[in-house]
Design a protein. Sequence first.
Length: 851
Amino acid sequence: MSPPIYVEWRSVSRESSNTGGLEVTTPSEFLGFAVGDDHRLADWPQVVDYMRLLDQESDRVSTIEIGKTTEGNPFLLTFISSPGNIANLDSHMETQRRLADPDKISDSEANELIADARSVVAITCSIHATEVGGTQMSLALAHQLASEDDSRVRRILDNVILILVPSLNPDGLIKVKRWYDATRDTHYEGSIPPYLYNKYTGHDNNRDWFMFTQAETRLVVDRLYNRWRPHIIFDIHQTRSDGMRMILPPFVDPVGPNVDPVLQSELAALGTHMASELTAAGKSGVAVNVVYDSYSPSRSYSHYHGGIRVLSEAASVRIASPISIDRTQLKSDRGERPTAKSWNHTMPWTGGKWSLKDIVEYDLIASLACLDSAARNRDTWVGNSFKVLRRAVTKQGNPYGYVIPKEQHDTGAAQELIEVLEFADVEVQELTKEVQHEGLALKPGDHLVLTLQRFGTFAQTMLETQKYPDIRHYPGGPPKHPYDSTAHSLPLAMGVTAHELNKPIEPLPRLTDRRKQASFCYDQVFPEASAYAINPKSNASAKIVNHLLAAGFQVSRVSHSLHNGSELLPPGAFVVESSQQLIESLRDACDGKFADISGTDFKPVANAIELRTPKIGVYQSYVPATEEGWTRFILDEYGFQHEPVWDWAIRETDLSRRFDAIIIPHQTVRQIQRGFNQASYSKRYSGGLGDAGAARLKQFAEAGGTLIAWDGAARWATRHFDLPVVNLLAGLTHSDFFVPGSLLDIRVDTQHPIGYGMPSNAAALFMNGPAWRVNIGKSIATYSKEKPLLSGLLIGSKKIAGTTAVAAVPLGKGQIVIFGFRPHFRAQARGTYKLFFNAIYSSVMSNHQGD
Ligand SMILES: [Zn+2]
């Protein structure tokens, strides 16, 4: 144990840095207020300017912009280290690159590199933008390291390259600051903004660390993680106000089964060290090993890339407004007992005032403790990280790898899966000749992902199915709630076939690097064809169709299967009459996509239902809902035009002229019905849909519209429209039935327009949603009668077996399509996208077939 590194927090409001350090502008000189002052937040442009100013004023600091955020704001990395290290960043990055390639260097080369390497620490702030403390603290941290010259700061600068990410969500800071300032000195001061603080993902923006769909995730993975391979990522968050003052690792069980034990131990050691340094600095209420697990890779990229992610969760205030909490108001929750002294919570907080300055102090002490450990134990951090990667390329376990066959239901989905793996620096190879193995005939062009590679644990974690442990509060008691979803198997989620190899392929056939295919969908013109048919099996078909509809082409869907030369297209193929203009438009539409398009002599007029561009409304509650954001993300990505429609607009207007389909994304029944409370938000933002909104939506459907709702929204609709369906899971306790985010096996009616293009079996991401018996209407997908669980945790299999997962229920001249699962969960559940897209298209097909 190192001696206490920090006795008391030095106020960042000091007028100048006069401890023998370097003259650099202080945050308070720059901002006009001290970091952490009540009611004051540095805005993103100020943070950007300050980090750039430090770059100019100090040779310890280098600030670079690595790209733009989702909404076009600059995204920054600020490197802080000794002047010598800063002058040689390229050479240090090269050292990191070579050490992360353990099969390409000898032991002696490795030892030389380790002796020369620095610990690389990334501190990432305020990805959840209402958790403002991290970003505000980053100014104080940068200033302290740039200006002070004591032995600890010098040790850190010499031994550590700090890559400070002052905000992982700059757009969010701008939005939160704007809302906070607008509500200052009103009754609503300190409330959370009534919109998502990240355009598409809101609070889910830290659930994207394996799918890499968002601009910010892609920047950080590409420009920071994959280039710098940080040994430590310290990720700064905040949580509820009335629990612990700060929570640090070790995380609670279960740990991801493929995370290297060395990384798990280091994580526990560092988290505990940081907690002890906070305690030594007199900061009470610090706990380890409560609430948070690290099972899902969606929140922990580094655990599968030779590093660790330390999460801190400080108690929040009301954005930047202080609060006062009496000890008796502290609440126990999820195993967290803020008033109880214990081995993992050595000095409980006794209550009182709690302010942004407290959060900034805790974050700053934790950051410096983290950096000092990285500095003092530089060779251990660097050496162990290398050992982990070296073990990954030398110690073969079972499974040996995965084959992703070329032949797929949706070729584009398989391509996307491979791109996800490659983005995470997993090596994917292509078979060059036929191989018989474990009863499989592997073919040239099939892709092979071996687990014996440096990031093989990432590949395995994403490609295998999950067996999430059944952990109870006490023997025979209710199950413990996992922190996040329990299933992330990409082949299942994306509807891709992959085979696990349980024996080594020997001799390994010659492999080539994967050939990058620009697109698959359209490589020839069919001069004789009277029309073109777009196979509905690929998700990308929706992109092509929406492009053609927007360009004014007449697109129809064929309701039966279509023989086209040697190919049999399933029901639901899209057909469009051939013309020179069409051929040109198809060429544009197909760029970079993987759809299956062929010439046909089929006449679109016969046995086909004409489509038109659907007019789509997306219900937008003022209570921010991540599923609403993801819905817009997917609609934008696939070229569906849409408009938001708020509570008041639904309550007060006739919607039938404006929209063909209205989507009600998952949210709790209470949030949809009641919205925010009027005591906490003004009239404009409170109230929810209420009975008036429900009546309007019902009218909309009865007049011929299509409503689409899932999970909580489907519960809301079945209740408020009195739908002729029965939720067979209603009233069950978690001991009877519990599925906190698992992939379940569904059987799909592919003859029904909403099932068009789907395989007859698919995996659906289910999260304690409803499951029905349908009395009137059409059941389009049902859970497997035999074994519904494919991946994750399922308690009470018999309760859901054989029940309805997706139904179309007639409402007057229109219909409502209800899903019990999440059809596009976090842009991960791509195998069920088509059900969602088809529900939208069904709104503009003349017969709803909702019988
Ligand atoms: Zn958070």
